[in-house]
Design a protein around this ligand. Structure first.
Ligand SMILES: Cc1cc2nc3c(=O)[nH]c(=O)nc-3n(C[C@H](O)[C@H](O)[C@H](O)COP(=O)(O)O)c2cc1C
Length: 248
């Protein structure tokens, strides 16, 4: 079989890739096991460092999904409540530790100035679509909290990477995740990669047997997209010129 047989054309691939968008509201409809199996099989066709596949996935559905979500939501509600109380709230958080990151503190830190404009633009445009005012802290906190219900998705995938390979493990996981999300898209499902869930790995470790050599990278919410306007949002895509370094 020649390499071009049974493949989409270049134009079809380009259009398919451009049509994938992050889903941020899901129907509760469970994902049929055979579709989930196919998507995971497709994820494993991504290239990998020495073919080591330095990642593993904890698949949370049904009761496990509910328990982890409830745990996350409890922590987030406490963080949001205490953050509004100024230094007393911060002190309470430090003393009680309820909601403090147990992994990936980076997620809770402000963006570097190089990256801040893009993230601010995303926030402004997304909140514009959702009708959330810039200074409405309660509404913004409530929206962020929906991350911890996995935007209603019936299944949350927790992506773990092997600590020994450092950035290369994260790179491999990223390639695998993109294959996974594109396959999901081709099967009529939506997905949302979620850095938001990377901060409390202990809640996931309580439910799955995860060796210490693996650290949590992020989550992926997976399921069938709803018709809600949240899913009409189209994040800005930068032109190629912005991708490239200028020559000296
Ligand atoms: C590693 C990673 C983590 C992300 N974390 C979140 C998240 O926590 N919550 C969220 O709503 N979107 C999250 N996103 C989705 C991005 O905001 C989204 O991919 C970006 O705005 C581009 O939009 P698009 O995927 O629709 O092209 C994440 C994406 C990636 C790749």
């Amino acid at each position: 079989m020649s390499s071009s047989e049974n493949h989409m054309t270049g134009a079809e691939i380009s259009s398919f890739l451009a049509s994938r968008r992050t889903t941020r509201d899901f129907l509760p409809t469970p994902i049929p096991q055979e579709i989930l199996d196919q998507i995971l099989t497709d994820a494993l066709t991504a290239p990998s460092w020495s073919n080591t596949r330095p990642f593993k996935i904890a698949v949370a559905s049904s009761e496990i999904r509910e328990r982890i979500s409830r745990d996350f939501l409890g922590r987030w509600e406490n963080v949001a409540r205490q953050s509004k109380r100024g230094w007393i709230g911060k002190l309470t958080l430090l003393l009680t530790r309820n909601g403090l990151p147990t992994s990936n503190r980076l997620v809770a830190k402000p963006y570097h100035a190089d990256l801040k404009p893009a993230s601010m633009r995303l926030g402004a445009e997304l909140f514009g679509t959702l009708g959330i005012a810039r200074d409405d802290r309660d509404a913004r906190d409530a929206w962020w909290g929906t991350n911890y219900n996995f935007y209603g998705a019936p299944t949350e995938l927790f992506i773990f990477i092997h600590k020994s390979l450092g950035i290369f493990a994260a790179s491999d996981a990223g390639l695998m995740m993109e294959n996974l999300m594109l396959s999901a898209h081709a099967h009529g499902l939506g997905a949302c990669a979620q850095g938001a869930v990377a901060i409390w790995d202990d809640a996931v470790r309580q439910e799955f047997d995860i060796p210490k050599n693996y650290r949590l990278l992020c989550g992926i919410a997976l399921g069938y997209p709803s018709e809600k306007k949240d899913n009409t949002f189209q994040a800005h895509r930068i032109p190629v010129e912005e991708l490239l370094f200028k020559q000296k």
